[in-house]
Design a protein around this ligand. Structure first.
Ligand SMILES: Cc1cc2nc3c(=O)[nH]c(=O)nc-3n(C[C@H](O)[C@H](O)[C@H](O)COP(=O)(O)OP(=O)(O)OC[C@H]3O[C@@H](n4cnc5c(N)ncnc54)[C@H](O)[C@@H]3O)c2cc1C
Length: 291
């Protein structure tokens, strides 16, 4: 690994200013689980690392009745997994976190690093997008808030500028009569990154069993997470039946661009998407009905 300068700001403003001073040659360093691997492989050779772990404003999880669940970028996977507040508001996140990586990575890796890496084989982005999550970003010129979906541009590429910091994720309060489910498939029997991950959120009409809002989000089957908008449209204004869930799965399997690799062929991954969407849609519907 090449030598680098190691910087430890204590505020977001200071961190942005350091990133700006190094004009594209510095990297934010949070848990280091992703960055360290790339640096050891020589794929990243930053001249400076800006360690953000001492910035208090990036830490913690809290709930606000307007903004919903606010997750600081430095929240680790393990903190999310074990938080009583998260379990109460969005239990789907605790359940998903139990399957992320292994305990060592969950103890060190952060939510901010998970998203900012732009790594396609991850779990959280699908769930955040299905929940209409927003990302708060701070740079030298101030703050902006974007849908989580807009963070992702390409493989390992996000819309964050070199001198910007992802500070928080906000998940708006879940409407009554909503159900959420996340299902992931990992092709290996040992701990591994997911091969496919599907998040579904359904919200029903106030007074009927008809679907009013549908979100179907596919992960690991393209450069970025994908909203399966045709499948969502198919589910809208209908009661879920086994046949409709099957159709949604089959439609979604054609809305992604999986690549053939060690985790399976393109065809195999499309078949997994079809099954997982069908399964997640059924479970989300049951939850929305209160079962
Ligand atoms: C063995 C292994 C298995 C894994 N399995 C899974 C899995 O099953 N599911 C899953 O979802 N993920 C998985 N991951 C990915 C893991 O979740 C990420 O590595 C971790 O969350 C990254 O967080 P970090 O704090 O360590 O990031 P770092 O390594 O510190 O940083 C990652 C990238 O994000 C940037 N960055 C970090 N924080 C910020 C910020 N606040 N603002 C702007 N930029 C920032 C850094 O500059 C860097 O480019 C796995 C990783 C490993 C090593």
């Amino acid at each position: 690994m090449k030598n680098f300068e190691y910087l430890e700001p204590t505020t977001v403003a200071e961190a942005c200013s350091l990133l700006q001073q190094h004009a594209g040659e510095a990297k934010v360093f949070a848990g280091g689980t992703h960055l360290t691997i790339l640096m050891k492989q020589g794929l990243y050779e930053p001249k400076a690392l800006v360690n953000v772990k001492n910035i208090r404003e990036l830490k913690g999880v809290r709930y606000d009745s307007t903004e919903g669940l606010i997750i600081g970028a430095l929240t680790t996977h393990r903190e999310l997994e074990t938080s009583a507040l998260v379990q109460e508001k969005f239990p789907v996140l605790c359940a998903a976190e139990r399957e992320v990586a292994n305990i060592r990575v969950r103890n060190m890796g952060t939510v901010g690093g998970n998203l900012a890496s732009g790594e396609p084989l991850t779990d959280l982005s699908q769930i955040f997008i299905a929940l209409d999550g927003k990302a708060r970003i701070v740079g030298p010129n101030g703050q902006r808030t974007i849908p989580v979906e807009e963070l992702f541009v390409d493989f390992y590429t996000t819309s964050l500028a070199d001198d910007e910091i992802l500070t928080q994720i906000m998940l708006p309060p879940l409407s009554p009569r909503s159900g959420v489910e996340y299902v992931r498939f990992s092709s290996s029997s040992v701990v591994d990154k997911p091969s496919v991950g599907v998040a579904v959120r359904l919200t029903l009409d106030n007074s009927s069993e008809t679907i009013h809002v549908a979100r179907v989000v596919l992960g690991c089957v393209g450069a970025t997470p994908v909203r399966a908008r045709k499948a969502e449209a198919l589910l809208m204004a209908k009661k879920l039946t086994a046949e409709l869930a099957e159709q949604a799965g089959s439609t979604a399997s054609q809305e992604c661009t999986p690549t053939s690799d060690l985790r399976g062929s393109e065809q195999y991954k499309r078949a997994i998407v079809r099954t997982l969407v069908k399964r997640a849609t059924g479970k989300a519907y049951e939850r929305a009905l209160g079962f």
